[in-house]
Design a protein around this ligand. Structure first.
Ligand SMILES: CC(C)c1ccc(C(=O)O)c(O)c1O
Ligand SMILES: [Fe+2]
Length: 288
């Protein structure tokens, strides 16, 4: 089994790199890290949300091109992960030196999960050595999870929990919330007709940060698509809002820790009360 240590980064293509960077800076409150460009790189900009050099990268490219990176503990584990994935029939690509440089990692491999989500496994994502502070007072305490689209959640759950080391904390209908450490989930598999990242979550410190964000988003004309609300699953209060190229961002606060490694999965019905225990109604067709 391939042991995932942490979620590391999301890389998103965009046709409007400057606009996406403005959004990451002004709305998400993320801090610009490195900029990349020719001749060694395509144009890309990395953003920090914690002590790491980057956790979100926007690059010049197809807005449907989404990649999620996870950290592995060692080069030996990366090599055996590549062999295991190949043995199971997944095409594995080894990251070139210029790609490692842009990802700020020592080494990585890329492959697709069974739905076709682009996944990278990376060793030694670089730390900046300095603490993160947001560009405005968002209360952001760090990048925490992704919602990944899945064309067959039961099949993909099997992949993430048998080939990779994820465990099911909860299921809403067929859609699992998967943990790779004590945080309730770092991956939410999300039933969909196609692959891709559906949402990107950052944790914020308190409900004050969520409500401040809610007023700020309204004043900036940014569409709030769900919340303010509270997930009965993780116990986190949340706010989902629209970002560049239709990407959904989530701020949430108070995510539960699952300290018992053998805690059995809990089943929630596919019903609005399983998504929000306060009664907020999502403006996201797939959540209905
Ligand atoms: C609606 C999505 C899939 C979802 C459901 C539950 C939680 C949670 O318990 O925190 C999420 O973060 C979600 O994004
Ligand atoms: Fe989420």
């Amino acid at each position: 089994m391939i042991a995932l240590k942490d979620i590391s980064y999301v890389r998103l293509g965009t046709r409007d790199l400057d606009g996406a960077c403005r959004y990451a800076n002004d709305i998400l409150g993320l801090r610009e890290g490195q900029r990349y460009g020719p001749p060694r790189h395509g144009r890309a900009v990395g953003f920090r949300s914690d002590a790491r050099e980057q956790t979100l990268v926007y690059f010049d490219g197809d807005p449907a091109d989404h990649t999620t990176g996870f950290e592995l503990s060692s080069m030996a584990e990366l090599q055996s992960a590549a062999a295991e994935l190949e043995r199971l029939g997944h095409a594995v690509r080894e990251g070139r030196p210029d790609e490692c440089e842009q990802r700020r990692v020592q080494a990585f491999i890329g492959f697709n999960d069974p739905s076709g989500n682009a996944i990278e496994l990376a060793v030694a994502p670089f730390h900046s050595g300095v603490r993160f502070f947001p560009t405005r007072d968002t209360g952001n305490t760090g990048f925490s999870h992704v919602g990944l689209r899945s064309t067959d959640p039961a099949r993909d759950e099997r992949f993430w929990t048998t080939v990779l080391s994820a465990k099911v904390s909860d299921r809403i209908g067929a859609a699992p919330l998967l943990r790779i450490d004590e945080v309730h989930h770092k991956i939410a598999l999300f039933p969909s007709a196609y692959a891709g990242v559906q949402h990107i979550n950052h944790q914020v410190a308190s409900i004050d940060d969520l409500m401040r964000a809610w007023y700020l988003l309204q004043s900036r004309g940014i569409r709030v698509v769900f919340g303010p609300g509270k997930h009965p699953t993780s116990g986190a209060m949340f706010l989902y809002f629209e970002g560049p190229d239709g990407m959904v961002y989530e701020f949430s606060s108070g995510v539960r820790m699952v300290t018992d490694p053998d805690a059995p999965p809990r089943q929630f019905p596919f019903h609005p009360t399983s998504f929000c225990m306060w009664g907020s109604v999502p403006d996201i067709p797939e959540f209905r």
